[in-house]
Design a protein around this ligand. Sequence first.
Ligand SMILES: [Zn+2]
Length: 186
Amino acid sequence: MTVYSPAPSVKAIAERLIPLYHADLVDVRIEYVFRDNNATSAGKEMWGKARKVSGLNAYLATEDTAFEHGPGDDDFFVVEIAKNIWQLLTHVQQEALVDHELCHLSIDYNDVKLVIRSHDVEEFGAVIQRHGLWRVDVKQFVDAANQLTFDFDNDTSVRLELNGEPVDPSLNILKDGHGVLRAVAD
Ligand SMILES: [Zn+2]
């Protein structure tokens, strides 16, 4: 059975990132929880998961249910992080994971409701290797990554590694290979 526990180290990072990159979430209720072991989805380990809690679940989770709210006001977000994974990550990776989950949390200002946003890009590394940047969203994703390597170029305290090997930031990393690309702070 999965055991859940409070995740203050996740919350601390989120509360630093929200004013910087997720200003629309400043006044939104977000709960941060650890699960003891990662879930798997389609054979991949799930490092984190962003959820929206609504309806009866949100009503039951509200501390003061006697307080009158408008419709939907009780909905809130939960960021769930796999503790077994979290303990293996560097601080840089922990920040990226929290930022990733926060990117899933969004507000639909037309309907005034909380929504879970899907990823900007979903693609297989093998398809990019065979067909290149065939979709606009994939190209934008790689352009963003290349911008990142440019930024790292100017910051000697951070270097890039691919599969644990140092990477020349001038190489087009995402086109040349696949594997775990990560930033390493010296
Ligand atoms: Zn995601």
